[in-house]
Design a protein around this ligand. Structure first.
Ligand code: ADP
Ligand code: MG
Length: 460
């Protein structure tokens, strides 16, 4: 009984520390909005970089021709080739190839990584039909590179830092387009990188291609980030001539958002300290798929150290970092069997925890719920911050506003998605949320990049 009480205390403390009631979320949204303004004012004005993407035109649907996209940012990278056929026919053809990145390349050196990518590109080109490409035109590529980059134009930018599982020191500060272009030349790939974008910007573009009311793109996958359409005149740090469209897509890099009003636990602190990038990407570490499973593991480890509910700690795998992944906690959270069989299986298969009681399994589900709800609610608060910044879905605004969201966490974790959507309504109110639409927008980092490449083609 004392055992159970100790475990319940851990869960109660977790619930308390993760609490994100509306008042707190409003503070988070306000802080997000304030940080956005500070980041737009001057370079380095905020922890969130508010990167000028140089994308001042989003796709209209009229784009035509063959375009390529390269998506690098998660565990896999993808090469995509599309044929755009104008307003009526849209995407007439689409081929893609996914390659997983050997882990050693994620922390090796830049030339190895880009060489690996270029050789994959070379293979795709070797396999394609001859008459698909106009003989006298160079192939054009949109490069989705989902790490913070300081852009200087639509097709160049230097890497500020790596995030997620990447850490290649000699690439930091380098122009990633130049590195890719160099690697492509070495591998005999004749292709021009016509746009360097972030996956959030791509998601925004792909969303807009299908729905002209899309104003925000959000990634909730391995990492988390958001991009939105800003008025160019509302960006004090923007130098040079204002774009004709009057608009500029801003990549917020909200993953690095921090505010003292964020609900942060001892588990988050320890996770951060032991991470590849301590002190950075705090918002991302609270909400994105790379970390949710790991937070849950840390809570379970704490319970195991204070009780025998999971047996002897050293007989389990609870001490192995990142052994519990977000898809696992999603499966446990979603377990609809009466005896929580899926939870039992996951605990046994992933953590070598056997013979748990139903009560203990229920507790595990509750922990998943606490960690995931906090994540989804914080993500919703971030979105509300952006909506307020651009005066959308606020009282008096009647326009339809669409938010394009991509990423495995949003796509494959129904409890997360429901919680995010209901929290938006909770924060914005019934009235304002009626004109708000959240749309799963897959393939922003692929199709979106190809679309932006098309919009910035040298032949148009
Ligand atoms: P990336 O962010 O790497 O580009 P995705 O958008 O496909 O790739 O997101 C992959 C991430 O989504 C995984 O790292 C994982 O955290 C999360 N994810 C994948 N499947 C699930 C699932 N079934 N439930 C919850 N999260 C998932
Ligand atoms: Mg992705």
């Amino acid at each position: 009984v004392a055992e159970v009480a100790a475990a319940e205390r851990v869960v109660a403390e977790l619930r308390e520390a993760c609490a994100a009631p509306p008042a707190r979320l409003n503070d988070v949204a306000a802080a997000m909005e304030a940080e956005m303004r500070a980041g737009l004012r001057e370079e380095g004005g905020s922890k969130i970089k508010m990167i000028i993407s140089y994308v001042d035109n989003l796709p209209t649907g009229n784009e035509e021709g063959f375009f390529y996209a390269l998506d690098l940012g998660g565990t896999n990278f993808r090469v995509l080739r599309v044929q755009l056929a104008g307003k009526e026919k849209r995407v007439a053809k689409r081929e893609s190839k996914e390659v997983s990145i050997p882990p050693h390349l994620m922390s090796g050196n830049a030339s190895e990584l880009f060489g690996f990518i270029a050789s994959a590109l070379a293979k795709v080109i070797a396999e394609e039909g001859r008459n698909d490409v106009f003989q006298d035109e160079q192939r054009e590529l949109g490069f989705t590179f989902s790490f913070p980059v300081r852009q200087t134009s639509i097709a160049s930018g230097t890497l500020i830092k790596w995030t997620k599982a990447f850490s290649i020191d000699d690439a930091v500060g380098e122009d990633v387009v130049a590195e890719l272009q160099m690697a492509m030349e070495k591998h005999g790939v004749d292709m021009r990188v016509s746009a360097l974008i972030n996956d959030t910007v791509g998601t925004l573009a792909a969303g807009r291609y299908n729905d002209e009311d899309v104003v925000i793109g959000v990634i909730l996958g391995t990492g988390s980030n958001a991009a939105y359409v800003e008025e160019a005149s509302a960006i004090p740090k923007f130098e040079g001539e204002l774009p004709k469209s009057g608009n500029m897509v801003i990549n917020t890099e909200w993953g690095n958002f921090y505010s003292s009003c964020l609900p942060i636990t001892e588990y988050d602190q320890a996770l951060d300290e032991e991470s590849l990038n301590p002190g950075e990407q705090i918002f991302e570490k609270l909400i994105s798929g790379m970390y949710l499973g790991e937070i849950v593991r840390r809570v379970l480890l704490k319970i195991a150290s204070q009780s025998t509910l999971f047996g002897k700690v050293n007989h389990t795998k609870l001490k192995t970092r990142f052994i519990l992944r977000t898809p696992d906690i999603s499966a446990m959270h979603h377990d609809e069997t009466a005896d929580l069989r899926v939870v039992a299986e996951k605990l046994a298969d992933n953590l070598k925890i056997k013979d748990t009681s139903l009560e203990t399994r229920k507790m595990v589900v509750e922990i998943c719920d606490i960690v995931t709800s906090r994540s989804a609610r914080l993500a919703a608060a971030g979105i509300v911050g952006i909506l307020r910044k651009i005066g959308r879905a606020v009282p008096g605004d009647e326009r339809r506003s669409v938010i394009a969201i991509d990423g495995g966490l949003f796509e494959h974790y129904p409890e997360f998605r429901q919680c995010l959507e209901s929290t938006l309504v909770e924060l914005l109110g019934e009235e304002a949320s009626r004109s708000l639409v959240v749309k799963l927008t897959k393939d922003g980092s692929g199709l979106g990049a190809a679309l932006i490449a098309a919009a910035h083609s040298q032949y148009q």
